[in-house]
Design a binder for this molecule. Structure first.
Ligand code: 5AD
Ligand code: SF4
Length: 470
């Protein structure tokens, strides 16, 4: 039994990061069994789920789409906001009933919520039917936990609150044969005052460049068209090596592999260097798309958030990107209702939105996370007011994302086709270089290819188009 500890999770020592090779214990005891895995949250979690699937399928298990047919149920959880918590506990209600009918079903909970003290307490007290809880640092122990759970009714909690290591040799069962996630840096040391991530994911630690480039080369050889380099904060890449390595160096090496498309998420506006902008502009296979979280347009609130930039600094970085990277599209994240946010602070946010006219944005109401400094800050704005602000913000955001989509009308753009369109089965769908979703009139055999598409209609969240042959 190892319980999470928020105080330990906060520690950032000068200890060297340990580089290890993943070693998965093998067993045949799950052959022919079915697993159900549900993932909440960000791309990092999606990619962690690909590791979980890799392990389960290594043991001979196959996925299933419904809870009722599963022998193993895993929830890979998210801790970023309260609603993620509610969703998971809502789901556990269903699992509890199922467990009464099928007591041999193994239930495991992993991901960021598992790293929270109060959540684990709640699971221990109210959800004894959960077989085991594991965290973000020990996904590789999933096999051992499963083996132990199948012969034992005791609940096991194995969560480590530590700075973390870097593992190579991870077995992924990737969801796509066309696009792939590639971890480049784990953890976060920014400690923005509202954010739980530095506590759930440990300190910033980069994978070695040669391992990343090798992974991308392998993916390219397998026919992958696109990689997305993943990190909570990709521009911190390489700084822990203390040898002058920067994210721009890695980006250049990855671009040189010649894989058709390179993307990266997420970038922090702080220390987004000129060199990074130049490299993005220089290589055709680095996509002209940057997700650049703003969080707030008020310098006062940004300071309370611990974001390390002002409104003016954000705006000048934004302008620089627009000037130097041809055709770049920029999206953002914004939080409304941070403790102490006044109407005039909120208007500063609207002002930045007005100036930047983002291609898109994810917008959130501040959600206090236990253990973070912002959770203890005085917050007098009623929820109703925060909801109104969110609505006002979303109206603006949607207007500008529609406007930016409309600029593509009648233009021919490159689209990487990923599959059959969910909206219309006679169409396929894909993404432009600028990360805009397009439903395309084109044959099914274009899936996996980058094709030229003429845009025929533009909405707030998607485009329609037809293939043009050049
Ligand atoms: N409350 C609301 N939104 C949050 N985010 C992170 N923490 C919180 C929180 N406590 C948002 C930020 C971040 C995105 C991934 O989630 O905007 O960029
Ligand atoms: Fe959270 Fe800030 Fe780190 Fe992003 S940079 S994960 S918002 S602490």
């Amino acid at each position: 039994m190892n319980l999470p500890d928020l105080k330990k999770a906060k520690i950032r020592s000068l200890n060297q990061v340990e580089y290890k090779v993943q070693d998965y214990a093998f067993t045949r005891m799950f052959e022919g069994k079915k697993y159900f895995l549900r993932t909440y949250g960000c791309q990092m979690n999606e990619h962690d789920s690909e590791e979980m699937k890799g392990i389960l399928e290594y043991y001979g298990m196959t996925p299933c789409e419904d809870l009722e047919s599963a022998d193993v149920i895993l929830l890979n959880t998210c801790a970023i906001r309260e609603n993620a918590h509610d969703k998971v506990f809502g789901y556990l209600g269903r699992i509890k009933h199922l467990k009464k009918e099928k007591p041999n079903v193994i239930v495991g909970i992993g991901g960021c919520m598992s790293q929270e003290e109060s959540i684990v307490e709640e699971i221990r007290k109210r959800h004894p039917y959960v077989n085991f809880v594991f965290g973000t640092h020990n996904i590789h122990e999933l096999g051992r936990l499963l083996i132990e759970a199948s012969g034992d009714a005791h609940q096991d909690i194995e969560v480590y609150s530590k700075e973390g290591e870097v593992y190579e040799g991870v077995m992924y069962k990737r969801d796509s044969h066309i696009t792939a996630w590639v971890n480049i840096i784990y953890g976060c040391d920014k400690f923005c005052t509202y954010c739980i991530v530095p506590y759930t994911r440990g300190k910033e630690r980069s994978r070695k460049m040669k391992e990343i480039v090798k992974e991308v080369m392998d993916l390219k050889e397998q026919g992958y068209q696109e990689v997305t380099l993943l990190g909570q904060n990709v521009n911190a890449y390489g700084r822990d090596f203390k040898d002058g390595t920067e994210f721009s160096d890695l980006l250049e090496e990855v671009a040189k592999t010649g894989i058709p498309r390179v993307r990266f998420v997420t970038s922090h506006p702080w220390n987004f260097t000129d060199k990074m902008i130049d490299i993005i502009a220089k290589y055709e296979n680095i996509m002209p798309y940057i997700h650049l979280p703003l969080q707030s347009g008020s310098s006062r609130i940004l300071r309370l958030m611990g974001r390390r930039y002002t409104k003016e600094e954000y705006l000048s970085l934004f302008e620089k990107m627009k000037e130097r990277i041809p055709n770049v599209s920029i999206t953002t994240d914004i939080i409304v209702g941070f403790p102490g946010e006044t109407e005039s602070d909120f208007e500063e946010t609207l002002d930045v939105v007005e100036k930047c006219k983002f291609d898109g944005a994810y917008t959130f109401i501040f959600s206090p996370r236990e253990g973070t400094p912002a959770a203890k800050m005085k917050d007098e704005t009623p929820l109703e007011e925060k909801e109104k602000r969110l609505q006002r913000l979303n109206e603006r955001i949607n207007l500008y994302s529609k406007e930016s989509n409309e600029k593509l009308l009648n233009k021919v753009v490159p689209v990487l086709i990923l599959g059959i369109s969910e909206k219309d089965e006679s169409k396929v769908y894909g993404y432009t270089d600028t990360m805009k979703l397009v439903n395309v009139e084109a044959p099914v055999d274009t899936i996996g290819e980058i094709i030229s598409v003429k845009i025929t209609d533009a909405k707030s969240f998607s485009l329609d188009g037809e293939q043009v042959k050049e």
